[in-house]
Design a protein around this ligand. Structure first.
Ligand code: BG6
Length: 493
């Protein structure tokens, strides 16, 4: 989507619904303030916070000031907030109020002269009433856009209901579905790595790649989100969105250009090529775990069921052998795993290349490996085999050499300050303000992801109803290790 000239002449407004909520304070206000600091916000941009809570402007502004200072710390420049805070206003509105739309309209002013982005940072159960209010008050017409975020349903059917209710007010090109992983620097860098270089693409297929691993391990438990989490579990909470989006970017065909639909056309094809997992195969190709009593993040953990206070079959860990049934990837599994209360916070992708076809160095020549790390640090490392320096009585000795391909490493030790690590929402909010939806998830992607995930949920219900308990603070259930062991492979721990 590109903004028309007429929309460019309108005055920009950003409406943050849920402006006093947790996500807003932790991520969204700091992101907006940093966009302002870096000169990305239009000088006329007004920002309106909407929430149920009535709080007067000075108190609201103080809350935002504290939230930004807490999140940004030393990177916040002295004058940033002087410029940013005057843009803000807050109004108290309850979505059950039939006057919601009219009251917001009064706050916005002359709607026809505005270009409004609404960020609905509220429970998805409120998307429908809020979109109805916006539509009936005439606030949802083009070029106005809406940003929404997961959970977009807990299965295909409920996701369709949510998408339909939003679609009534905003057409697809003006609906921006966030997957915050798509805003992360290294995730974006995947596209550059794959499609701005010639060296990887000829090898980027089943002939050269043995398998791929995608790991998102977290040290946290479910904390105060247990109510939500118990209904979702790791499969719906993480695999349906973040992990599958990473798989899409890793596995997609090169798009014909960098436009949003060209990219998303290729991503959706990957999702539709995922081999269905059925009750017959589910015990062989997935592992389900739930954390029991243990010790994580330096604290005693009672265990998921004890935290919940009742029995639960919700998985807090999942590992899956995903197969992409197309010419490029047939025979190269993508192993996915994610879990809570694990020993380290790591998000990484491992591309494990095949061994050389004939080794003149015996088993000393290890296959190449590309490790793309998103968390805790951002880095891309290619392991190549190298001659060990010096002499050896036993002929040539080899050693693996890690080549760092990331920008961050260019700053190591040279005294320059590396670029600030941005909050993923900064990029996403900026793109939404500019009407660029390439880094947002299209409806058919969400639905194709749910269709595959629903197959796994159904197979679990039939053939694998109970997760295996793993002690909190350990690497997940044994079954996750057996999943790879059966294929004579190991996780990159
Ligand atoms: C969210 C999940 O979408 O992503 C959380 O709901 C998870 O359960 C979080 O903790 C992880 O995000 P990040 O950016 O910390 O890896």
């Amino acid at each position: 989507m590109t903004l028309s000239t007429s929309s460019a002449n309108r005055k920009p407004v950003f409406v943050l619904v849920g402006g006093t909520g947790d996500l807003a304070l932790r991520m969204l206000w700091p992101s907006l303030a940093m966009l302002d600091q870096d000169g990305f916000l239009d000088k006329d941009l007004r920002i309106i916070s909407v929430a149920r809570e009535a709080v007067d402007r000075p108190a609201f502004v103080e809350r935002v000031r504290a939230a930004v200072q807490k999140r940004i710390g030393a990177d916040l420049e002295a004058t940033t907030l002087d410029q940013f805070l005057p843009r803000l206003s807050h109004i108290a509105l309850d979505a059950s109020d039939p006057q919601w739309g009219a009251k917001l309209k009064a706050e916005l002013g002359e709607v026809e002269a505005l270009n409004v982005v609404y960020f609905l940072s509220v429970s998805p159960s409120l998307f429908k009433p809020i979109c109805e209010h916006l539509e009936s008050a005439g606030l949802s017409k083009a070029p106005n856009r809406v940003i929404i975020e997961k959970p977009l349903g807990r299965d295909l059917a409920s996701s369709k209901v949510i998408n339909d209710s939003v679609a009534h007010a905003f057409d697809e090109a003006r609906t921006f579905r966030i997957d915050h992983y798509l805003g992360k620097e290294t995730v974006q860098n995947l596209l550059a790595l794959r499609f701005a270089n010639t060296v990887f693409e000829p090898l980027w297929n089943a002939q050269s790649i043995d398998h791929v691993q995608v790991t998102v391990s977290e040290t946290v438990g479910t904390g105060d989100r247990l109510g939500y989490y118990d209904d979702y579990g790791a499969l719906r909470d993480m695999v349906q969105n973040h992990l599958l989006q990473l798989v899409c970017l890793l596995a997609m065909e090169p798009p014909s250009n960098f436009n949003a639909d060209a990219l998303r056309d290729e991503k959706v094809k990957v999702l539709r090529s995922l081999k269905p997992i059925t009750a017959d195969t589910v015990r062989d190709v997935t592992a389900r775990g739930q954390y029991g009593p243990g010790f994580a993040e330096g604290k005693q953990v009672a265990g998921y069921e004890a935290e919940k206070g009742s029995p639960s079959n919700t998985e807090t860990y999942v590992a899956i052998k995903a197969e992409i049934a197309n010419w490029r990837w047939a025979g190269t599994p993508f192993y996915l795993r994610t879990g809570k209360t694990l020993p380290s916070r790591t998000t990484e992708v491992v591309i494990q290349f095949r061994p050389v076809p004939h080794s003149i160095f015996g088993s000393a020549a290890q296959p190449n490996r590309l490790v793309i790390r998103l968390q805790p640090d951002e880095d891309i490392k290619l392991t190549v085999m190298n001659k060990a320096p010096g002499l050896s009585a036993d002929g040539m000795q080899l050693q693996p050499l890690d080549l760092s391909l990331s920008l961050q490493s260019a700053f190591d030790g040279n005294g320059d300050k590396p670029p600030r690590r941005r909050i993923a929402y900064e990029r996403l909010i900026l793109d939404a303000l500019n009407g660029n939806n390439a880094a947002f998830v299209r409806r058919d992607e969400v639905e194709a992801a749910w269709a595959w995930v629903d197959g796994i949920s159904a197979a679990w219900a039939e053939a694998y109803p109970k997760p295996q308990i793993y002690p909190a603070g350990t690497n997940g259930p044994m079954s996750a290790y057996m999943l790879l062991d059966r294929d004579h492979r190991v996780w990159n721990d």
